[in-house]
Design a protein. Sequence first.
Length: 330
Amino acid sequence: MRIISGIQPTNVPTLGNYIGAMKNFVKIQNEFEDVDLLVFVADLHSITVERDRAELKKNIKTLAALYLAIGLDPAKCHLFIQSEVPEHTELSYVLECNAYIGEMERMIQFKEKSAKEGASVRTGLLTYPILMAADILLYDADKVPVGEDQKQHLEITKVIAERFNNKYGDTFTIPEPYILKSGARIMSLQDPLKKMSKSDPNQKGYITLLDNIDEAKNKIRRAVTDSIGVVKYDQENQPAVTNLINIYSNLTGESIESIEKKYEGLGYKEFKEDLANIVGDELTKIQTKYNEIIKSDILNKVLDEGRDYAHYLAVKKIRKVHKRVGLGRE
Ligand code: TYM
């Protein structure tokens, strides 16, 4: 079974990215049998909006190092940088010729992000899901571990793959999203109705994996709650506390019921203090490893191997696609 996923190197990944996606990569690596796992830095995706060049470079390296720091093991998976495998953009173009503008305009993320960009919406923002489809279809991935917000992009990937297969003959594996129920949508610490996002202008709303530990703990202590005062999982009436319970449960592996029971009769203060320590400990673990990795020369070796492996698979696929479509001489 082949599994692939990627993360954009915009800012440092948040606790949302970690719980919704990255932790699952490690779980898949360690618990799935016979899995060929590829994880990449989706740098091409991140230039659909204006980026500072130096910052982008730094974020690419940081994300790659974080993949190792959270426990991805280069002996068990392949890590690479998207732009270093040119077949992603090559396939993306062919897929663009099999996808409709109307389909792209209907994407929720396009609508949201383009509204923010005003008059200067780039074409890349519109075609973004097609590049994402190429990332997945290029490798015949069976499963794609992502958070809830990528579900629609996975659906359009399937539509494009099926359309292509029907038109040109069986070419692509139809991928399935792999979205775990719990943790697939971690919300802002300041607004429980808004997704935790690394591009949120309000920095109190998110925690990144490289946040200063004390600051991260304070963000949990100051997270909004409600006036009900009971630690209860209730999406409808207590969305903020529910989000914190979700984070707690995902980081400790403790069940929701057991957490509710533990804090029965206690206020939010104890609960938040414990959660602050849980988050602090998790970040400390990650950051300790991260600091070792960033000082060593392992990263380049890992990324070279990943690039070569991905490229080997991608070349075979793109040749097949060209042939099916009727491009070139052969
Ligand atoms: P990106 O970089 O926005 O997010 C990376 C992953 O984190 C998940 N995620 C969350 N999960 C839970 N709670 C949150 N608040 C939260 N915020 C983000 C996302 O669902 C995602 O899984 N388009 C993708 C990157 C990409 C990709 C791909 C993924 C490009 N090509 C191919 C899979 C396969 C993106 O922008 O993710």
